[in-house]
Ligand binder design. Structure first.
Ligand SMILES: *[C@@H]1O[C@H](CO)[C@@H](O)[C@H](O)[C@H]1NC(C)=O
Ligand SMILES: *[C@@H]1O[C@H](CO)[C@@H](O)[C@H](O)[C@H]1NC(C)=O
Ligand SMILES: *[C@@H]1O[C@H](CO)[C@@H](O)[C@H](O)[C@H]1NC(C)=O
Length: 649
């Protein structure tokens, strides 16, 4: 029953979720800068310098520094080679690993302070890490140390890393076999010990780490991962998405929980609408800071989710979670791990509660309290999405990475814009409207599906970077000039773009002095654009006419240049409407018919979108008589020929 409801819901979302425009790789109209270089591969880990002028890229056997100070430019500044020796590669292959994977795939790249980066790579299934001086960025900056526990051995295993006050927080697989995972702190400063969370029952059950976020106002690092659930013991191998937390001031216990987290707590992160099946597998998470002046609790965490069940496996959804709600859940009640059977969770008596799990400062607590938090760390409540629902459900796209920003429209309203990377290699730009999500455009960023890829949004630069095995791509968040007239500019509903009446062009809001025309919420071009064409005679008489000479009795095909995939395309002929026994309108919007005396005349292709109709093309067809057959055929026969013609091409 729940499933039927879910499928019904997915179906209803389908129509509005077609991207309005599509830009294939290399197509004009949408500026995309591509970086790739011979001998440089797997450019998948991205880090922007503090001054936003340099993009560091963790690649295969190297770390690159790219100059990105100018918009639309990505130039290699320097490159640090960092490869395993032939001997180390040999050792890797003798252990049964594929030679292709016995490289050093750089998977951790973090900024420690103003002068140093910290990088870790898989190093032929024997991870290594190194400090890198950003000023003398050269091969001599690699001084490798053991990277076990900080970086996966296998380049296809996911991991997460984040720095807070120069200390490194990681979630990763930490052995060669791939069956041990941990959440740890390394590079601990001020004489503190490194901490971890590992094999103890119930802490982590076969997790896959997705992301992490340091929230300074809370003094906490949040981790996001999936794991096998033990609390739902009525479903076998049920995967749950989790948010976990640790406090940055944790120092570990003195006897109990020595060198281990005393502030670890975890909760289910549930992306679910009403009573439908949850989309239970988190793929990526993005932390959107609160609007200016709003409290930290208004921080939103946007996650992309997919499903474990085959019935819904081609679908994905976006859910937003409020930090304030996550804090409430962690401050609430907890399950207790059964001491005899660690796969069982019990609901304890509230009188048994002697400590607040997840509370910062726990490392100073007495042993009995530490023993308590050691078995009470899973919250009873789940974290549920804002507005109790899904921000977006895509029935046919598997989204895998997400970034988000808030931007102010011309009327002062703030809109959230999501950037979603699809498995098939497109970047979807989505604006969240009251009525639901609207996909402004999709831009192809890689050609082959990529198992490892990352997305990095820089608001100050106004660009999105995507790193994959095909290279690094830089995409400006908007490209207003690609909208050729006021209607297109308004119908796009891009909050970054507005129509500038003075210059008669679609431009970035910040570049328009006054009189900006924009309607993000409604996209009502008929109302806000002057010289509206949507009146009684939509086939505009001012439109330039294209002449077309054809032979009588030959099949004619008129193409209609299509701007928007959300528009409905229709044709008008010499007598207005087009009888279906003479004309065929094809799926790509083109019109086909047989040239006869009757079908001569002026045709115009119209696009109707969001209640606004505009002329896309006007073609005048003149037929000249050369054929012998001309007047013999009737309309029915003509149409048959059109059909035969169409099945042949
Ligand atoms: C770099 O970007 C960050 C985040 O977008 C911003 O806060 C900062 O002001 C920028 N720095 C410079 C020098 O542009
Ligand atoms: C940055 O960190 C590195 C490595 O710990 C250290 O050697 C260096 O002195 C630090 N630089 C500053 C400016 O603190
Ligand atoms: C590295 O790139 C190659 C293609 O260039 C790809 O086949 C391989 O899967 C990538 N490996 C990783 C770990 O990303």
């Amino acid at each position: 029953m729940a499933l039927l409801v879910l499928l019904g819901l997915l179906d209803s979302c389908k129509t509005q979720l077609v991207p309005r425009t599509t830009f294939a790789i290399g197509s004009p109209g949408r500026a995309v800068t591509h970086f790739s270089s011979p001998g440089i591969e797997n450019t998948t880990t991205l880090l922007l310098s503090n001054d936003n002028a340099t993009l560091y890229v963790g690649a295969r056997d190297s770390v690159l520094s790219l100059d990105v100070s100018e918009p639309g430019v990505m130039k290699m500044r320097s490159k640090v080679d960092w490869s395993p020796t032939a001997q180390e590669v040999n050792l890797c292959t003798t252990k049964g690993k594929n030679k292709m994977d016995c490289h050093n795939f750089v998977r951790v790249l973090q900024s420690l302070n103003s002068t140093h980066l910290y990088a870790c790579g898989t190093f032929a299934f024997s991870p290594k890490c190194s400090y890198m001086n950003v000023e003398t960025f050269s091969d001599s900056s690699v001084r490798a140390q053991d990277g076990q526990g900080r970086c996966p051995f296998d380049p296809f295993q996911r991991n997460t890393a984040v720095t807070a006050d120069g200390e490194l927080y990681v979630g990763t697989v930490e052995n060669f076999l791939g069956n041990k995972q941990a959440i740890s702190r390394f590079l601990s400063r001020r004489g503190r010990t490194d901490l971890k969370l590992d094999g103890s029952p119930g802490w982590l059950t076969d997790p896959t780490f997705i992301g992490s976020s340091f929230i300074p106002s809370e003094g906490k690092v949040y981790f996001f991962f999936t794991e096998t659930s033990k609390e739902y013991n009525f479903v076998n191998d049920y995967t749950v998405s989790r948010v976990a937390q640790v406090c940055v001031n944790d120092e570990g216990g003195k006897l109990v929980l020595q060198k281990h987290w005393t502030t670890f707590a975890k909760a289910e992160l549930r992306c679910q609408a009403g009573k439908d099946l949850p989309l239970n597998i988190i793929q990526d998470i993005f932390t959107l800071p609160p609007p200016e002046g709003a409290p930290a609790d208004d921080t939103l965490l946007y996650g992309v989710f997919s499903s474990q069940w085959p019935m819904v496996s081609g679908q994905s959804a976006v859910c937003g979670f409020r930090l304030g709600h996550i804090k409430e859940v962690f401050a609430g009640s907890y399950y207790k791990l059964n001491q005899q059977d660690s796969s069982r969770w019990e609901t304890p008596q509230s009188s048994a509660k002697i400590a607040n799990p997840g509370e910062c400062g726990m490392h100073d607590a007495a042993d009995d309290k530490l023993n308590f938090v050691r078995s009470n760390f899973l919250t009873q409540r789940s974290v549920t999405p804002v507005d109790k629902g899904l921000v977006l459900v895509s029935p046919d796209q598997l989204y895998s990475r997400i970034a988000a920003l808030r931007t102010q429209a011309a009327n002062g309203r703030t809109f959230t814009v999501l950037f979603l990377l699809t498995e098939s290699g497109f970047l979807h730009k989505v604006v969240l409207l009251d009525k639901g999500p609207h996909i402004i455009e999709e831009i192809q960023v890689f050609q082959q599906p990529q198992s490892v890829k990352n997305i990095l949004l820089s608001i100050s630069k106004g660009v999105v970077f995507v790193g994959s095995s095909e290279g690094v791509v830089q995409i400006p968040v908007s490209s207003c000039l690609s909208y050729s007239n006021c209607a297109e500019c308004v119908l796009a509903r891009d909050p970054f773009c507005g129509w500038d009446p003075d210059r008669a062009s679609c431009a970035e809001l910040s570049d328009i002095l006054h009189g900006v025309v924009q309607d993000v919420e409604q996209g009502n071009a008929a109302e806000v654009c002057e010289a509206s064409q949507s009146s009684t005679s939509p086939c505009s008489s001012t439109f330039p006419v294209e002449e077309r000479s054809v032979q009588l009795d030959k099949v004619v095909r008129l193409a209609c240049p299509r701007a928007s995939r959300q528009a409905e395309v229709s044709w008008q002929g010499p007598d207005g409407s087009l009888p279906t026994d003479l004309y065929l309108q094809l799926g790509d919007g083109s019109l086909s018919f047989l040239a006869t005396r009757r079908t001569q005349g002026t045709y115009c292709c119209l696009a109707t979108e969001n209640g606004y109709t505009q002329t896309l093309t006007v073609i005048s067809v003149r037929a000249s008589a050369t054929s012998l057959l001309s007047s013999v055929q009737g309309p029915t026969l003509s149409l048959t020929i059109v059909f035969i013609y169409l099945t042949l091409i």
